[in-house]
Design a protein around this ligand. Structure first.
Ligand code: FMN
Length: 291
């Protein structure tokens, strides 16, 4: 790799002018962005998680701002794979950039079951398999903490699709490098590093968590160094592209992640304050590069 890194990327055999992907859960299915004209600077969009059955999601509050970040407890709310296939993907197919579908499951088999249905669509170039979901059938710990389970999920998905897929790893337990290697062994064509960090907000007057599901996913610009370290560790351990996810708020953050070994860089929470973040980050990077 040459430094400073170029913002033009080759990922999954395609050329991208921008390394920026909109992170899962922060841009719906992308189709709502069509009217908002805020796709400038976006390399690709990752959809909200899709599960086999519709999911209502968690009770409110689902979002809680903290002084330095955001807690989210959405609970993978989505209308289910059949609705997504029939009603949402035909519209999302009109996006001017590639689409990846984020897939959730409660069992090893569910990931492959969802992908099998989605194979009927041509709206997307590939998948992001969210192994941060709780493995309900096996005690509720995230699939991603056990490399053997990650291997099974990855193998199951690669049996039902020829499209590329990334396995999105969890930072909450286990060894991310071992899980990344297992994902690749199972057929993954990328790994996403990583999902949200577990966080909590206690109501000290009642001794209860403000979030009904107790723990939530925490995102914050302060997590950037944790993500940079994990991207660097994983990128040095696997031969497939690494997609970074977490902590980005400036163009310099994106360049740091590319220098650490990320091929593509996701941006999520930043979009809630700055819907045009992708274009802004690209401008910042071009200025830094003197273009
Ligand atoms: C409101 C919200 C919903 C999310 N939903 C999903 C999801 O459905 N699937 C998933 O894999 N990650 C989900 N994430 C995690 C993001 O895709 C991303 O990995 C994380 O926010 C870190 O990036 P950021 O620091 O740029 O926000 C969600 C994050 C937020 C804030």
């Amino acid at each position: 790799m040459s430094f400073p890194p170029s913002v033009s990327r080759n990922f999954w055999g395609r050329d991208f002018d921008s390394p920026i992907m909109l992170a899962s859960g922060t841009s719906g299915f992308g189709e709502e962005l069509l009217d908002l004209q805020c796709l400038a600077g976006v390399g690709a969009v990752v959809t909200k998680a899709v599960s086999f059955q519709p999911r209502a999601g968690n009770p409110p509050p689902r979002l809680l701002e903290t002084p330095f970040g955001l807690l989210n407890s959405i609970g993978l709310a989505n209308p289910g794979v059949h609705h997504v296939l029939k009603h949402i993907l035909p519209v999302a197919a009109g996006l001017p950039c590639p689409l990846l579908i984020n897939v959730a499951g409660e069992s090893v088999e569910e990931f492959a079951d969802v992908v099998r249905v989605l194979e009927k669509s041509s709206a997307h170039i590939g998948y992001e398999i969210n192994v941060s979901c709780p493995n309900v059938a096996d005690g509720g710990a995230a699939f991603g903490v056990d490399p053997e389970v990650v291997l099974q999920v990855s193998r199951g998905v690669s049996r039902v699709t020829n499209r590329p897929f990334s396995v999105k790893l969890t930072p909450n337990g286990g060894d991310m490098v071992l899980s990344a290697k297992a994902a690749v062994k199972g057929g993954a064509s990328a790994v996403t590093v990583c999902n949200t960090f577990l966080g909590m907000h206690m109501d000290w007057k009642t001794g209860k968590s403000v979030i009904k599901r107790k723990v939530a996913g925490y995102t914050s610009p302060a997590l950037l160094p944790l993500v940079v370290a994990r991207v660097w560790q994983v990128a040095n351990a696997v031969s497939v592209p690494v997609i970074s996810s977490g902590g980005v708020s400036t163009g310099e953050d994106v360049l740091q992640l590319l220098a650490a070994g990320a091929t593509m860089v996701q941006v999520g929470t930043r979009l809630m304050r700055r819907p045009f973040a992708a274009a802004e980050l690209m401008d910042e990077m071009k200025k830094l590069a003197g273009e």
